[in-house]
Design a protein around this ligand. Structure first.
Ligand code: C2E
Ligand code: CA
Ligand code: CA
Ligand code: CA
Length: 272
């Protein structure tokens, strides 16, 4: 609750001030985290729903804070976005993931790009340089972008076209949670829609539960896009998604984000 001062001025909630101080501290800590080797990358399998085999992985960054322990990316990515450190963190994740996945034949890697990265004029060249250094073929890289990063961003949209001209694919992350119109989507240069996990969580075998997922799948068919469903936690959800025509799934049902050695182990045991 906000407190009214003597002149009726609204002061900030003390807990909000604490939170700001904590964020400012995290922001300072994050500035040196990369150089101190506190960041690493985990890999969550993207699974072919028909055969239950991994076809790719999503790279997800982790921060092991020396005092606080693991800090969630949901907490520190927005901070990095505001301070600008996301630019170097994003390139670190990209390079680490491309180098790692170059050694996993047959898999592609999906890397998250934050809105701020799309505003860097050098982004396309930076990505091409990483591919050259790591030897990963462009068709094995997917860049994930949220809808909100692209609204009214003609420069960002032009970059996506450039990526695609080089054979790099583009995915819209958390699809359905943003505000872009369907008409707008038809003009976006993208290859993949990732159905947000809030819609997957609604699947319960009823038409009401599957409404949005079905609509997205129909839309992606018309637009010749690939769909990936996120946050699959139950066999029922996986089965319903497959019935509805979704090709690829991701979620704790298959695996959590894993360190490279464990991901490799999973690849070995699912290959046959
Ligand atoms: P996201 O891109 O939507 O990534 C998927 C998130 O869902 C991951 O959380 C993943 O661990 C989680 N997840 C996967 N399967 C399930 C499931 O079955 N159930 C539930 N409840 N969750 C599931 P994580 O790793 O904590 O990342 C959170 C967010 O932080 C990401 O959401 C993404 O927006 C951001 N993020 C993570 N790594 C990076 C990165 O390298 N760069 C940027 N820009 N953002 C990142
Ligand atoms: Ca993502
Ligand atoms: Ca997502
Ligand atoms: Ca998300």
């Amino acid at each position: 609750a906000k407190h009214l001062g003597t002149h009726g001025v609204q002061l900030h909630d003390p807990s909000m001030i604490d939170r700001r101080a904590a964020d400012a501290q995290l922001s300072d800590d994050l500035a040196g985290a990369l150089d101190r080797g506190e960041l690493h990358v985990l890999y969550q399998p993207l699974v072919d729903l028909a055969g239950s085999r991994p076809v790719g992985v999503e790279a997800l960054v982790r921060w092991q804070h020396p005092r606080l322990g693991p800090v969630s990316p949901a907490q520190f990515i927005p901070i990095a976005e505001r301070s600008g450190t996301i630019t170097s963190i994003g390139l670190f994740v990209l390079e680490t993931a491309c180098r790692q996945v170059a050694g996993w034949d047959g898999l592609y890697v999906s890397v998250n790009l934050s809105p701020r990265q799309l505003q860097e004029p050098t982004l396309v060249q930076d990505v091409l340089d990483v591919l050259a250094r790591t030897g990963l073929a462009p068709h094995r890289l997917v860049l994930e972008i949220t809808e909100s990063a692209l609204v009214d961003e003609s420069a960002g949209i032009a970059m996506l076209s450039e990526f695609r001209a080089h054979g790099i694919r583009v995915a819209i992350d958390d699809f359905g949670t943003g505000y872009s119109s369907l008409h707008y989507l038809t003009r976006l240069p993208v290859d993949i829609l990732k159905i947000d996990r809030s819609f997957v969580a609604e699947l319960n075998g009823t038409p009401e539960g599957s409404g949005i997922t079905e609509a997205v799948l129909r839309l992606s068919q018309v637009l010749h896009l690939t769909t990936v469903a996120e946050g699959i936690e139950t066999t029922e959800q996986a089965a319903e998604l497959q019935t509805l025509g979704c090709g690829i799934g991701q979620g704790y049902l298959f695996a959590r984000p894993l360190p490279p050695a464990e991901l490799l182990e999973m690849l070995v045991t699912t290959a046959s």
